[in-house]
Design a protein around this ligand. Structure first.
Ligand code: MN
Length: 353
């Protein structure tokens, strides 16, 4: 790739800055922290950053996340690309004297740092809107115009004249692809260039397997139940699947329901291992799905996401059976109220009344 195609001056400056910051301190226990319920972009960026730390700065790190890894594709990504990811709790953060937060920012509530002060935070790299709390981190690089954090990490590798390993290239390509909906949603030239640079270094067969992994039979049973329990309120499709055996059905069904003609919001929920999983989708980046979902979930759980897609969870273990069964209908009516859709008779998606 010719240098004229890719402007990495900003990243070259950032690598110089990072180099200075890393020199000042001993990093015995370096944690690279993904956002909760990690998606491919945060997983790939953490993986690429740990590669950069090791190869360029000789710093060893551990990668971790809070919450759970849902989709079959994300699980396939972690296992096929051998990404060593540790599931952590807030208490585990104490073990580390240095933390890098990747594809997330402090004071957002979508990562283990949550709204608490963590003085080990040294690095913040993200592409979501800038939070003031990030400016307190000695190293911060937040580029809201970028479609993926994986693009920033790719630039870091190029700026360090470091060729990614096959696994790292695969991960970063997949991170960019999923976060930009195959370069068709909120991305910029840097994303095209990074994708272009990485593609020849990746393995399409492995990526194909990650994108379309085998699905258990339970997946199709959950899918049928989900469709049968979908109701359309004007332009909003709502679905409570019930107890699901495959957690990935919730975000995937939310994607499907958004494709119903005339629908501009899909809200999909299901109970999985004492947790209510919630996915919200909208085709427009002006709908602020992430903000809507965080308002909907409130203090009863956690959520995170982008303008067009968001995911959340509500722990159910402390609720009585009666309280549990009221959660989905309460969320649906609150959501419709937020959108000012009231007194609309729901239409079942596939079953006649
Ligand atoms: Mn991202």
């Amino acid at each position: 790739m010719r240098a004229t195609q890719l402007d990495i001056a900003q990243s070259q400056g950032k690598i110089a800055e990072l180099s200075l910051i890393l020199k000042h301190k001993r990093h015995k226990e370096f944690l690279i922290l993904c956002h909760n319920n990690p998606d491919p972009d945060t997983l790939a960026s953490a993986f690429g950053f740990s590669y950069l730390l090791r190869k360029r700065f000789n710093v060893k790190s551990v990668m971790g996340y809070g919450g759970i890894i849902t989709r079959a594709e994300n699980k396939a990504m972690v296992s096929r690309l051998r990404i060593p990811m540790a599931r952590l709790s807030y208490e585990d953060l104490r073990r580390f004297n240095t933390i890098a937060l990747i594809d997330a920012q402090p004071m957002t509530g979508n990562n283990l740092i949550d709204f608490r002060a963590v003085n080990q935070l040294l690095v913040v790299i993200d592409h979501h809107p800038l939070r003031r709390a990030s400016l307190k981190s000695p190293f911060h690089d937040v580029r809201p115009k970028y479609g993926a954090t994986s693009t920033i990490i790719t630039e870091y590798l190029i700026a360090s004249e470091l060729a990614p390993s096959r696994h790292v290239a695969n991960a970063l390509v997949y991170g960019i692809k999923t976060d930009t909906n195959s370069l068709m949603r909120s991305c910029c030239k840097a994303d095209y260039y990074a994708f272009n640079y990485l593609s020849p270094l990746s393995n399409p067969r492995v990526l194909g397997n990650i994108e379309k992994p085998p699905l258990p039979l339970d997946y199709f049973r959950d899918l049928e139940r989900g469709l049968a329990n979908t109701f359309v309120y004007q332009n909003v499709a709502c679905c409570f699947v019930g107890k699901v055996k495959t957690d990935s059905i919730i975000p995937e069904l939310a994607d499907w329901l958004l494709r119903i003609e005339g629908v501009t919001f899909s809200l999909c929920m299901g109970e999985y291992e004492e947790t209510m999983l919630i996915s919200l989708r909208s085709p427009s980046r002006f709908q602020r799905a992430g903000l809507l979902l965080s308002r909907l979930v409130g203090k009863t759980g956690s959520s995170g996401g982008h303008r067009e897609m968001a995911g959340g969870q509500i722990p159910l273990s402390k609720l009585t059976d009666q309280q549990k069964s009221a959660v989905p209908s309460r969320l649906i009516s609150r959501f419709l109220k937020m959108l000012k859709i009231e007194n609309i008779a729901p239409k079942p998606l596939v079953r006649n009344e």
